[in-house]
Design a protein around this ligand. Structure first.
Ligand code: APR
Length: 311
């Protein structure tokens, strides 16, 4: 039984951090794949991280590559190929340029890694994972998008800061599309079992919801040359780990819906069990009228962007 193999498509900011985390968690050998123009970047990152492995004693190896054949046999593929946002841009502004890249990526994955569990990170998230799924025809349980784990992490961090509590005790969930009308659920959030709505006044809760929704933009404005990369990488690795180790974690992911939440034929952020079968089960939770309205609004935005996906 050999080591597992993780193919990372895109060796930029998030790709590099994905490789490092995969190695540090001993998830498997990593291929950091990028276009020929980035050959030095991925070969350099791989060499650098393999030397780091000698410091800390990791057995997994990282290979930098510009040959898609090196992705063959990947158990997991994580896609970050694409252009990140610059200040003032919405994720939807990336559609045209990132869709072209996704067409190339999807063809490569279909040809070289048809049995992989695929996690997309490229934006606009829900439309890109939709395009990938359409192009490859992979089964719906083997394709998903990473957004909810990241959005929920942002939500939890802001809650922990406002309450002044350990982040470990914050339970929270963000549903919906990966856009500014995502749905952080206040009613279901809690700290050590205590409802969040009992711990913070309404104005503070509203501010947390607003900051969560614009969490990606806040980082784009700070970085100026790109978007977040540490937390997005950690979020996708949590999903990959749950698949590879059959942990069956229930995580918010962009999953293909077939009637759940009244949505059919779209990828959308919902809680799902991730295990050896990929996206094994989508969980439907009860929403009140206000939450359902927010979810509908988020879905309308996703639907609009997806309608612009021309394959
Ligand atoms: N195949 C493989 N890699 C590609 C391709 C392609 N066809 N086209 C571009 N790339 C590579 C680029 O060469 C670059 O190294 O994708 C990498 C993207 O890295 P960064 O520009 O550093 O972007 P990053 O911050 O990692 O974000 C990537 O994730 O969160 C989203 O909005 C973000 O869509 C963006 C993506």
């Amino acid at each position: 039984m050999g080591r597992k193999k993780i193919g990372l498509i895109g060796g930029g900011q998030i790709g590099g951090n994905l490789a490092l985390l995969a190695m540090q968690k001993n998830l498997g050998d990593v291929v950091l794949y990028d276009i020929p123009a980035a050959e030095g970047l991925v070969k350099g990152k791989a060499l650098d991280m393999n030397q780091l492995a000698a410091v800390d004693g990791y057995d997994c190896r990282i290979t930098g590559s510009t040959d898609p054949k090196d992705l063959a046999g990947s158990d997991v593929i994580i896609i970050t190929a694409g252009v990140p946002r610059k200040p003032g841009m919405s994720r939807e502004d990336l559609l045209d340029i990132n869709l072209k890249i996704m067409k190339d990526v999807a063809a490569n994955v279909k040809q070289h890694a048809p049995r992989a569990f695929v996690i997309n990170i490229a934006n606009p998230l829900d439309a890109m994972v939709y395009a990938f799924h359409k192009i490859t025809g992979f089964s719906k349980n083997m394709v998903c998008g990473m957004a909810g784990v990241l959005d929920t992490a942002r939500f939890k961090f802001f809650v922990a800061e406002a309450v002044g509590c350990s982040i470990r005790d914050v339970e929270a969930l963000v549903l919906g599309g990966h856009g500014d009308d995502m749905v952080p659920l206040l009613r279901q959030a809690s700290v050590g079992g205590v409802p969040l709505t009992k711990l913070l006044p309404k104005d503070k809760l509203d501010a947390i919801v607003d900051r969560t929704r614009k969490g990606g933009g806040e980082l784009v404005a700070l970085y100026k040359t790109g978007s977040a990369y540490f937390a997005p990488a950690a979020a996708a690795i949590a999903m990959a780990e749950s698949y590879l180790l059959d942990r069956k974690r229930v995580l918010p992911v962009a999953a293909m819906l077939e009637g759940e939440y009244g949505i059919n034929g779209y990828f959308f952020g919902v809680p799902a069990t991730i295990g050896a079968g990929g996206v094994e089960k989508v969980h439907v939770i009860d929403l009140d009228e206000n939450e359902q309205q927010m979810l509908n609004k988020s879905f309308e935005s996703v639907k609009k962007t997806v309608s612009e996906v021309k394959l």
